[in-house]
Design a protein around this ligand. Structure first.
Ligand code: FES
Ligand SMILES: [Fe+2]
Length: 372
């Protein structure tokens, strides 16, 4: 798909941003089937470290086990279904104990102890491990899949595997973390991220560093979309000053020093690769009209440890915080407008080809041949 083909094409009808029915269908056909970005390996420092990943009504425990492995389990006790833990993150000792009747599991999910259950004829602890969730680690990111028989991660992520190695993402750590609440449908954030038609008007600071016509796409169809934008002659990263805030990452060299890369990783991740740092937006649907966005700025650990680098890290954080807020404001206005009875659908410009590709991917995943 080329950007030219979007010109004059119709956008999705308003109900895709407001309808509870579509939201439920997304849960069933997308968020219960596809690989979801859950967090970073660096969030699990020691054996027993965990965080919870919540999706719809499910809570998933993601933890580091005793063997340096990473595992994911439903946060559901095998006795009578109680949630095993409620803190968003923390550290288990060597075991996970249910707060209700003290059934106790090891970090591999095996049931170690179930008080008095030895009195139950035929009860065998080995038959009641925690329900495990499929998990994959890629570029330091943890991905989970709730499907009974998920598409293998390597197959699903084939277009991306190996593509970003020069950023050395597995060695990066989280320098800053921000959570935003937004009154808009999650897809509006994907769309907003995928076009720079709005940049001259909405982002004068961003447009000064990377003018809107400096964008190109190297992934134009399928679940992963996006490509590079080029800095103008005077600038070299997305920071308040436009200067790099750290040495180039890993193996970044040549033309990549002049580019920032933006990708949507359907259905819940935006990946922004700068020469000197990486920004990840994690998109959490809450309702048809409410979305939580978690942003992590990833830097090399040496930069994070350097006291003198803190102002420079802040320059990257401030730049994207400012830009995010500009974007969220307009997404919220768009949510309101598309909810109007007079909004049937809109029309794409020639610079919104990726949005048409996103719509196509969404409709395919929902099983809609045409928008309903
Ligand atoms: S519900 Fe967990 S031990 Fe009873
Ligand atoms: Fe924007």
């Amino acid at each position: 798909m080329s950007t030219r083909t979007a010109s004059g094409a119709k956008t999705l009808p308003g109900k895709y941003y407001t309808s509870e029915e579509i939201f439920q269908l997304e849960s069933k056909n997308i968020f219960s089937k596809q690989w979801l970005y859950a967090g970073r390996i660096c969030q699990l420092k020691n054996a027993g470290s965990y965080f919870l990943f919540n999706i719809d009504h499910e809570s998933i425990i993601i933890l580091r086990d005793q063997n340096e492995g990473v595992k994911a389990f439903y946060n559901v006790c095998r006795h009578r279904g109680t949630r095993l833990c409620s803190e968003a993150e923390g550290k288990f000792s060597k075991t996970i104990q249910c707060p209700y009747h003290a059934w106790t599991y090891d970090l591999q999910g095996n049931l170690l102890a179930a008080p008095n259950m030895n009195e139950v004829t035929g009860f065998d602890n080995a038959d009641y491990p925690l329900h495990e969730v499929e998990l994959a680690v890629w570029e330091g990111g943890i991905f989970i899949n709730l499907a009974e028989e998920p598409e293998p991660f390597e197959k699903a992520f084939k277009p991306l595997i190996g593509k970003f190695e020069q950023w050395n993402m597995p060695e990066l750590a989280i320098a800053h973390h921000l959570v935003y609440e937004m009154e808009a449908n999650w897809k509006l954030i994907f769309q907003n991220y995928s076009e720079c038609y709005h940049c001259p008007n909405l982002h004068p600071q961003l447009n000064r560093l990377t003018p809107f016509r400096n964008s190109a796409n190297d992934l134009e169809e399928g679940p992963f979309l996006g490509g590079p934008m080029k800095f103008t002659q005077d600038f070299e990263s997305m920071t308040m000053s436009g200067r790099r805030c750290a040495a180039p990452l890993g193996g970044i060299s040549g033309e990549d020093l002049r580019l920032v890369y933006y990708y949507t990783i359907f259905p819940n991740m935006l990946l922004s690769l700068h020469p000197d740092y990486v920004l990840i937006h994690q998109i959490h649907r809450q309702s048809p009209t409410h979305t939580r966005i978690v942003c992590d700025w990833l830097f090399h650990p040496d930069v994070i440890a350097d006291k003198n680098a803190q102002d420079r890290i802040k320059s990257a954080v401030d730049f994207w915080d400012m830009t995010n807020l500009q974007d969220w404001t307009v997404c919220e206005q768009m949510q309101k407008g598309t909810g109007s009875r007079r909004f049937t659908h809109g029309y794409y410009s020639g610079q919104e080809g990726i949005l048409l590709a996103l719509d196509k991917e969404l409709l395919k995943a929902l099983g809609h041949d045409e928008p309903i």
